[in-house]
Design a protein around this ligand. Structure first.
Ligand SMILES: Cc1ncc(COP(=O)(O)O)c(C=O)c1O
Length: 461
């Protein structure tokens, strides 16, 4: 892999250096103007519909703000709408209108193989071959389908390793899969815990658990990026260590895909699943993505079957002959929905104008700038009663994506409500964390600056 542009410097060092070379301070208003003016990816924002203060629920908006945009830092939850999504879905509807049943085969995005159109773009984003990836179903459904294959418990090897406080759906998937196979979740679910008093997992500890418990672990099922803290897991090393102990390895990439660089094939990951509505901007509840490594193409893994997993060449013979496609294609159960695929493609078209590497380089500065200003204005001062902000997410750039998870010394509810009124959009997670994600695809340095000003106002009033 090519050397990362900023080498081993920290975002704070690079930003301070850049500011000094331009005779400003990182804190100056002029600096965000400079950063936006020198952002090679700035024009990608034009491909998205940015929510306006006038139409966003809960935002206080006077006449002069009517045309102002909100600061949208919620791409970790729901990406923004690509401008072309509406016209592309309209084209699908028109194809159905004009060609009726033939819309399966002709016109814009023929239904019969519409999902295949997303495979090249998706493969580029997750670092795999085209025939290792499909889009289908939702994330939770895909986790279940793939665990039918990759969770094969025996009396001596029946555990699934998952992190403590995993996203609830993942937790339920794991528990119910264990139960379905006749094992007891209380003994077969192995919870990975951070050290006492810590929230970030130390990779050394993660590997140690796999080394120590690996002989009884059937499946390691961890996140690429942890949803609550924004921590990146070292997927390559985890995979290698778990394989050496004979475990299968799968990742939930909901918060990693479109956010950090992924190399699923070369890392030798067995399977992975993700949703496409966060950093991949495909719209609420849209189809999920699934990866199965090519090395399983000729392996007969147990799986649930449906007609869409059949080879395309024999699918319509309707013969009940089990002529299933190889690899991940065989997991497709139902025919794909072109209306949804059109939205996935609208976003992939934008990703195709750049690369995850370039987005990461912008993210280095963008989230770095956010972190710098947060630390400057809101770090806890000894002996002070002023409200302060703690950043839970790791400082090391390699251990985080664009999200920062924040914890306040004062009421989260009050701060959130004051920020929302000013047009700041982010999300909160129980019990006490605000997740804020400057997304390099469509956010600006000016957005970060505005958020910090809004937070200063919220915390001083
Ligand atoms: C980490 C993680 N896992 C699972 C899910 C559930 O996704 P879905 O509702 O698409 O199945 C989410 C949704 O936000 C998530 O963030």
């Amino acid at each position: 892999m090519a050397q990362f542009k900023y080498g081993s410097s920290t975002p704070s060092e690079v930003l301070s250096d850049l500011a000094a070379k331009n005779n400003v301070s990182v804190l100056d208003k002029d600096f965000q103007v400079f950063l936006d003016a020198n952002d090679d990816l700035a024009n990608l924002r034009d491909d998205f519909l940015i929510p306006k203060k006038a139409t966003s629920p809960g935002v206080e908006c006077n006449d002069k703000d009517q045309n102002e945009s909100c600061v949208y830092f919620c791409g970790n939850s729901l990406g923004l709408q690509p401008k072309s999504a509406q016209q592309d879905t309209k084209k699908v509807l028109q194809n159905w209108e004009l060609n009726s049943i033939e819309c399966h085969k002709v016109g814009y995005l023929p239904a019969i193989d519409c999902d295949n159109h997303a495979r090249d773009g998706m493969a580029k984003i997750v670092g795999c071959h085209r025939d290792e990836v499909v889009i289908m179903n939702g994330l939770t459904v895909n986790l279940h389908l793939l665990m039918v294959s990759f969770y094969q418990p025996t009396q001596s090897r029946h555990k699934i390793l998952i992190e403590e406080h995993a996203f609830p759906s993942d937790y339920y998937v794991v528990r119910s899969q264990i139960q379905q196979r006749g094992f007891d979740p209380d003994t077969s679910m192995l919870l990975l815990k951070p050290r006492k008093g810590e929230e970030i997992f130390r990779m050394k500890d993660v590997l140690e658990v796999i080394e120590k418990e690996g002989d009884s672990i059937a499946l390691v099922m961890l996140p690429g990026v942890q949803y609550f803290t924004g921590q990146v897991f070292d997927m390559e090393t985890i995979t290698c260590t778990a394989h050496a102990k004979g475990c299968y390895v799968g990742f939930d990439l909901a918060h990693a895909v479109g956010n950090i660089e992924l190399d699923l094939h070369d890392w030798d990951v067995d399977f992975a699943c993700w949703c496409t509505y966060k950093y991949l901007n495909s719209g609420p509840g849209n189809l999920g993505g699934a990866f199965v490594h090519k090395k399983f193409d000729d392996t007969k893994l147990p799986k649930f079957l449906g007609w869409w997993g059949h080879r395309e060449s024999t699918r319509f013979e309707m013969s009940n002959d089990l002529d299933f496609a190889s690899g991940v294609e065989s997991y497709r159960l139902s025919n794909p929905p072109p209306l949804l695929v059109a939205c996935v493609l609208a976003s992939l078209k934008v990703f195709d104008k750049t690369s995850i590497r370039k987005l990461r380089e912008k993210s280095f500065l963008l989230t770095g700038y956010f972190e710098f200003l947060l630390k400057h204005y809101f770090s806890k001062q000894l002996g002070s009663t002023k409200p302060s902000v703690e950043i839970l997410t790791p400082t090391n750039f390699n251990e985080r994506g664009c999200q920062l998870s924040l914890r306040f010394s004062c009421s989260l509810l009050e701060v959130s409500s004051k920020l929302k009124k000013q047009g700041m959009i982010f999300d909160t997670r129980q019990p006490n964390v605000m997740r804020v994600s400057p997304v390099p695809l469509y956010n600006t340095f000016h957005d970060v600056y505005q958020f910090i000003q809004a937070l200063r106002k919220a915390l001083s009033s």
